[in-house]
Write a protein that binds this ligand. Sequence first.
Ligand code: UDX
Length: 428
Amino acid sequence: MKVAVIGTGYVGLTTAVSLAMNGHHVIGIDLVEAKIVKLRQGISPIYEPGLEEALRQVLAAGTLAFSTQLSEAKDADVFFVCVGTPEADDGTADLTYLYSAVAAIKEVHNSALQKRVVVIKSTVPVGTGDKVADLLDGCQELSVASNPEFLREGSALLDAIEPSRIVIGVSDPSTGEVMEQLYKGVNAPRVVTTRANAELIKYASNAFLATRISFMNELARLSTALGTDIATIAHGMGLDSRIGPEFLRAGVGYGGSCFPKDTIALLQLAAQNGISLSILEKVREVNATQPVWFLQQLQKLVPDCRGKRIAVLGLAFKPDTDDIREAPSLSILHELTEQGAAVFAYDPVAEDAVKQSFPNVTYTKTAEEALAGADAALLVTEWKECVQLDWERIRQSMAQPVLLDGRNAWPAQTVKQAGFTYIGVGKS
Ligand code: UDX
């Protein structure tokens, strides 16, 4: 099929590459010319394992091209809308980019062509797909499908090639058939439903995952007070198939481009409909206070950070990405620098993204460099470069052997045997 993908961010680019890998003829569209120039050369604007290699392969195979002009894709069978829906000042999703993409499709649409589908992949409030359908009402042979995306940063391409499920929201069976044809050969369960259901599945999934994390983070605070081990507790809970093992890892809190934005947007959507999602309010509150709680643990070992050298390992909101949006590292760097600590930070790829906001932090090229001479070390993102370390050597290089493990990823027994004082989240 001929496919146009509007927006070349995480969702758009991985969608475009994975569809091209499946043999569709895809054109990726983005207004930002510099991005298109790079993409045409096979350079990915985002750091994502495997994406650049796959991009180069489909470019070489001729199944993927890029343009700033949607008119170059005017004969597409399917238009994917993968533009950002950022958080507006009031917490609702800002749909400006989405509606301008829809207007652009309307402009290039030629009603003489066969049935064509506008697929909304961007995360949008319930009812948006129906509004778009109203806007396109006069456009013969153009229908609208909601097809939310569940990919995770760091494994985005894999998630796009082997999705956990394909959710398709349509208002007529023939649009569903086009979508089936598009995803032919992709082995994943299908949920074919209304557009509104599809839209809410996306928000509900992210809100529920965020809820699991905040629940475990709050429980970790209790676990610290009781002297129990949250990782063992999570393991014991996760063996119950009704609970499952995923997303039970306590830490310094969730970040990223989805959970923070989507939870507030869902709360706003609920409020607009006269419903209070009180559990979700608390989820956000616990997440906002988790870095604060974590730094209180540091205070137990280093009561006054002024002039102390503190190593912060990991800045991205999770490993395998250079994304720092809503990353817990930001509030941790802010608080430590406010307290007058000399902060030495290391991240394999996210340093540049943080630098501008925190010019007083010293950025190192390795974890070892950040740790040398430190009075305490904080693990904020569990990159393997920050986890797999020679603890005997580090014990000798640090000024004080104090480790605060914000991801419960350092080997507690090993480091204690090496002479460190170790505190994890919900474990000691
Ligand atoms: C998330 C959803 O997983 C994905 O389905 C959706 O499409 C977009 O949002 P992403 O934000 O890329 O994906 O990352 P994810 O792996 O879900 O992690 C989000 C945050 O939660 C990270 O900061 C991570 O460190 C944190 N997390 C995750 C925990 O603190 N504990 C866990 O057990 C799992």
